[in-house]
Ligand binder design. Structure first.
Ligand code: GLR
Ligand code: MG
Length: 427
């Protein structure tokens, strides 16, 4: 007999997040996520994890009752029900977290529930999610060391201080990389840029290249450099980079940068939907797309993106936002099943010290995650942790991510303009 969904639970959580700097400002002391549970009549529970901002929560809650009675195998019907209950809005999200954009409401709601349906399908068939996606083409999924410039602690700390310390100089970032690579075994590096004076960021790229010779290296200024500055720094740093991620705003700006430098450009900012993919094919703005199942419409839609990248001769990598273990395992099953996902995936995971899955923090080996062969995603909830992180959500006072607002607590004159930097500071 078919097992169908009999209960849907969406639980908002907040977990500690360090004061990481980026183009928009600085991370707040807590990051938000939603934990999705689809329970079936026979008592199975399928898990998903998505954004935890107020708008996403409202959208998930609106759709939840409509999923009662749904067979988790019927993903087209899931999409139909989500489409009938969600409307895309004007695009006003944080520009470096495209998943929260108003024009991606339907895709992100489908995605949140689609992952949980895959977890259920896996449990019902006794198959790991990667086998539902065609089977794994690699036994371990490589991730990169995701480095950030950061302050030593949050302002006005009653907040617990993280143990990573300050990273505002090239030497401090190299020390951060040494520790992260030492602990996780990563074999490639991503540096989040667009936060400090560009000359410091360029020196940091050079320092990392010298400290880790031959290790693939990327910098991602999240569109905070003008085209001319991105050209100047691209010419200096290009030979050290495996790709140059979103240095400058807009697809047209990226296309000009590519014409002027010939460097391989990557994005999770200007190719975030099928319509933008199509425009990119005409403009040749970027050559590598960072996929993200949380806003591309789920695991299968991301496989379709991968196929389109193959057809158009584009590279494919994977983007992340602050997340916990359910997202990490969904990313891992997906990455394991996509032959042309040949770059190490992004993950914020080393920056998080709390977990919601049973067994606690997931362990990396040699810079990667072993692809699980247990049925479904291969993770279950730690109910005490879920309750604790939910209580933290209720008391933390944050309801949508606001990196610029948080930065204005340090610097009331801060304007999150993009691009904020048009030249290096004169020395
Ligand atoms: O690759 C990216 O653009 C990101 O990972 C976006 C994130 O929002 C990142 O900038 C962050 O967490 O500050
Ligand atoms: Mg990026």
């Amino acid at each position: 007999m078919k097992d169908t969904i009999s209960a849907v639970r969406v639980t908002p959580i907040a977990f500690r997040d360090p004061p990481l700097l980026n183009a928009a400002g600085i991370h707040e002391p807590y990051a938000l996520r939603s934990i999705i549970e689809l329970e079936t009549a026979s008592g199975l529970i399928g898990l998903g994890e998505s954004y935890g901002d107020a708008d996403t929560l409202a959208d998930l809650e609106r759709v939840a009752p409509a999923l009662i009675g749904l067979d988790p195998f019927l993903l087209n019907e899931l999409t139909r029900r989500v489409e009938s209950l969600t409307v895309n809005r004007a695009d006003t999200g944080l520009n470096l977290a495209p998943g929260t954009h108003g024009d991606k409401v339907t895709m992100r709601v489908v995605s949140a529930f689609e992952v949980a349906c895959h977890d259920l399908m896996g449990q019902l068939t006794g198959r790991p999610v990667h086998e539902l996606l065609g089977g794994k083409v690699r036994d371990s999924v490589p991730y990169s060391a995701y480095l950030f410039f950061k302050y030593a602690e949050h302002l006005n700390s009653p907040y617990q201080k993280d143990d990573w310390g300050e990273a505002l100089t090239p030497a401090q970032v190299v020390a951060q990389a040494q520790r992260m690579i030492g602990e996780y075994g990563f074999h490639s590096i991503k540096l989040k840029g667009g936060a400090l004076e560009p000359g410091i960021e360029a020196d940091t790229v050079r320092a990392l290249a010298a400290a880790f010779p031959g290790m693939p290296l990327r910098i991602d200024p999240n569109a905070n450099w003008s085209v001319d500055l991105a050209v100047e720094l691209g010419e200096e740093l290009g030979s050290l980079l495996e790709y140059y991620e979103d240095p400058t705003p807009t697809l047209e700006g990226m296309a000009e940068l590519h014409r002027r430098t010939g460097l391989p450009l990557a994005t999770n900012m200007v190719v975030t939907s099928a319509a933008e993919f199509k425009r990119n094919a005409t403009l040749n703005g970027v050559q590598v797309v960072l996929s993200d199942h949380h806003y591309w419409g789920g695991l299968r839609a991301t496989q379709q993106l991968a196929a389109m990248c193959g057809t158009f001769g584009l590279g494919l990598s994977m983007h992340s936002n602050s997340h916990l273990g359910i997202s990490l395992m969904a990313m891992t099953h997906l990455a394991a099943s996509v032959p042309n996902l040949t770059y190490a995936c992004d993950t914020h995971y080393p920056w998080q010290d709390e977990e919601v899955v049973a067994g606690g923090r997931i362990k990396f080996e040699n810079g990667g995650l072993k692809v699980p062969d247990a049925p479904g995603l291969g993770v279950t909830l730690d109910r005490d942790a879920l309750e604790r992180l939910h209580q933290q959500y209720l008391t933390c006072g944050i309801r949508r991510r606001d990196d610029a607002g948080q930065m204005r607590r340090y610097d009331p004159a801060f304007e999150g303009l993009t691009p904020r930097f048009t030249a290096r500071a004169k020395v």
